[in-house]
Design a protein around this ligand. Sequence first.
Ligand code: SF4
Length: 226
Amino acid sequence: MTAQTTSSESCRRCGTCCKKGGPALHLEDRVLVEEGHIPAQDLYTIRQGEPAFDNVKGLLQPAVTDIIKIKGQTSSWQCRFYQSHDRACRIYQYRPLECRALACSDTTAVENIYDQHRLTRKDLFSHIESLWDLIEDHQQRCDYEVIYSFQRLTDPTNRRQLQKKVLEIIGYDTHLRQLLVAKGQLAAEMLDLLFGRRLAITIKGLGLKIGKEGQEIVLQSDSAKL
Ligand code: SF4
């Protein structure tokens, strides 16, 4: 914790910021994860390229780097460390940089650090060679650019070919996770940190979903078949 990144305003414990969702982590927070104060299973990754809402700019755009965040609670985005009954943070002593920087009356400090030195999966896992190889391979195969390219296409033939590719990477993403858990190689709670959220879920944020046309699996939009 530094003087520059810690709000001088005392927290009124209204819980407003904690209820809006967990913070993103920065390099300064790495030690909190490595020492177990913020358990890895309580984190998830918005992968580089994945659509992410920028709270400062107020727009949805592809993430420039990984964004590692604290998970929400079972039925809401409320930070999973927030306790409603006493409006307290369960890890207050070890709360991350953004939480320490945020003041209700003046958000300048948190805006200044918002997209700076974000913690990435490389910072946490590149020293575990076999795991890092798997993460890199998944990131390369499941590149969001494939989905954006599909959305940009208008030619039906090319669109159909790219639809096949998108469905393949969604299938790979799903099966890799199932396999690693079934073989006991990874805990299910770690998957959203290591490989980001499931593509079958995140494509919904891009206006897509998996549907059926007869016996064929296809990509659909909410309003019309693509
Ligand atoms: S880590 Fe603590 S202070 Fe930060 S959002 Fe979660 S509950 Fe609130």
